[in-house]
Design a protein around this ligand. Structure first.
Ligand code: ATP
Length: 140
């Protein structure tokens, strides 16, 4: 029995397929999900979402949200998700530098702005890390 997986953001369905296994960035650490996994509802942290199917692996970056596992279905609802191939590394580097500059600037920032910049920095760092890992793997 395969595992049916859907990854959905407010903008689009990023991924949908029948797969063998999912490794998801749970808020408390990475979780492996096989078919027949017990029902589970968990928050996701930002990180690498790996999908294994017939000896190949797909990698997505996901940014928070929730994962629902039940009866052979995995549904991920997340603010943003990208296939590793879709990640624009230069854009992520620019977002990282912008967020760091805002956080390091002498100008006072509201708590809300600090939180926003920290979240943007975290998203950018995940994008850069996920895409670097893929290039390392490819180089093997
Ligand atoms: P930026 O400041 O570059 O817009 P962001 O972290 O603010 O980055 P998000 O709010 O996380 O962007 O995402 C907005 C949309 O842009 C989402 O659809 C997301 O998938 C996409 N996106 C953001 N950054 C990248 C990237 N580096 N490569 C590909 N898609 C991206």
């Amino acid at each position: 029995m395969p595992l049916h997986i859907e990854v959905i953001t407010p903008e689009r369905r990023v991924y949908e397929d029948d797969v063998d296994m999912v490794i998801a960035p749970g808020s408390e650490g990475y979780l492996g999900i096989l078919p027949h996994h017990a029902p589970l509802l968990t928050a996701l942290g930002p990180g690498e979402f790996r999908v294994k199917k017939g000896g190949s692996e797909e990698v997505l970056a996901v940014f928070g949200g929730f994962m629902d596992v039940r009866e052979g279905r995995v549904t991920v609802l997340t603010e943003a998700a990208e296939h590793v191939e879709e990640i624009d590394v230069r854009r992520a580097q620019e977002a990282r530098d912008r967020a760091r500059a805002a956080l390091e600037a002498a100008a006072p920032m509201s708590a809300e702005d600090i939180q926003r910049a920290q979240a943007a920095l975290q998203r950018a760092l995940v994008r850069i890390r996920v895409s670097e890992r893929r290039h390392r793997r490819r180089g093997e």
